[in-house]
Design a protein around this ligand. Structure first.
Ligand SMILES: Nc1ncnc2c1ncn2[C@@H]1O[C@H](COP(=O)(O)OP(=O)(O)OP(=O)(O)O)[C@@H](O)[C@H]1O
Ligand SMILES: [Mg+2]
Length: 269
């Protein structure tokens, strides 16, 4: 087989730990060719986000057109989209590609619905949230909300594994083919729950007491995308991605003066 290809559509983290940079490192760690469409540029380091510059939606669209018209992609991973017009542009470009490529396998989309950070910080305005739900959720092969995002998407409090299951059922009704609710913020184990409309699958790891968790969400979704690009079925892709992100947290290190970084090339250095 040739080299699998994955495209990330997300924001740039100048600090290198999350966003586009985490996605490309993760793709590379799985020996997948990574391509990127940048939606926003952040001035960011391990101490926080100092500034955000959203790209014009048309320019986001131009990048998608350039990449897909030449390389195509085995998988598309979507992260931070910032504004409703950017979300509308991305959704329309993906729909247009699907129409043009009718007859071929549809693009497989891993949608990390970045709305609320693990800190609880709101990352998307209400109208952008609505656009994400209406335009992108129905195009996703799998959507990966954290507990806060599951609450917002399912419109219910989510604190226990039973809540995660109920939220996953409600989110599936919004159109994605699979829902993976991440339990990185549960008190005990780090258990993520997958719902495919037929059965629930749990992916569990011990909860690590670490501050090297910047970019875990981006890294996990990108690892799932990379494993799908390599031909794994979804459940296998999630198992492998879970092992990878757990190891990258465990081997995390202090890169700046604030929160620690994940070790993306955990198998080699
Ligand atoms: N302290 C931890 N120990 C072990 N696993 C963790 C820990 N924190 C997160 N994870 C795992 O990392 C993956 C990413 O989940 P998380 O809930 O952190 O996403 P997120 O909130 O979207 O992250 P981000 O704030 O980076 O967007 C999940 O598999 C989760 O279970
Ligand atoms: Mg996240």
């Amino acid at each position: 087989m040739g080299v699998p290809k994955a495209l990330t559509i997300a924001g740039s983290d100048s600090g290198g730990g999350a966003g586009i940079q985490a996605d490309l490192k993760t793709f590379s760690a799985f020996r997948v060719f990574g391509m990127s469409v940048i939606t926003a540029v952040t001035a960011q380091n391990s101490l926080g986000v100092q500034a955000v510059f959203n790209l014009p939606p048309e320019f986001v669209g131009r990048q998608i057109e350039s990449v897909l018209s030449d390389f195509g992609a085995d998988v598309v991973k979507i992260g931070m989209l910032s504004t409703a017009p950017i979300i509308a542009e991305v959704a329309e470009r993906l729909r247009a590609y699907a129409r043009e490529e009718a007859g071929r396998d549809p693009l497989r989309v891993v949608l990390d619905p970045v709305m609320i950070a693990k800190s609880g910080d709101q990352l998307l305005q209400p109208e952008a949230r609505a656009a994400l739900i209406k335009e992108l959720l129905p195009q996703a092969l799998v959507v990966t909300p954290n507990l806060h995002e599951a609450e917002a998407l399912a419109d219910m409090p989510v604190a226990t594994e039973a809540d995660m299951e109920e939220a996953a059922r409600r989110i599936l009704a919004l159109g994605p083919r699979n829902v993976l609710v991440k339990g990185g913020h549960l008190r005990d184990a780090a258990t993520d729950i997958l719902w495919n409309g037929r059965d629930f699958t749990r992916f569990t790891a011990a909860r690590l007491a670490s501050t090297s968790t910047h970019g875990t969400g981006c890294t996990f979704a990108s690892a799932i995308a990379a494993c799908l690009a390599r031909g794994h079925a979804l459940k296998d892709a999630i198992s492998e991605a879970k092992a990878y992100v757990t190891a990258a947290i465990r081997e995390g290190f202090q890169a700046g003066r604030g929160v620690g970084a994940l070790r993306h090339f955990v198998a080699s250095w």
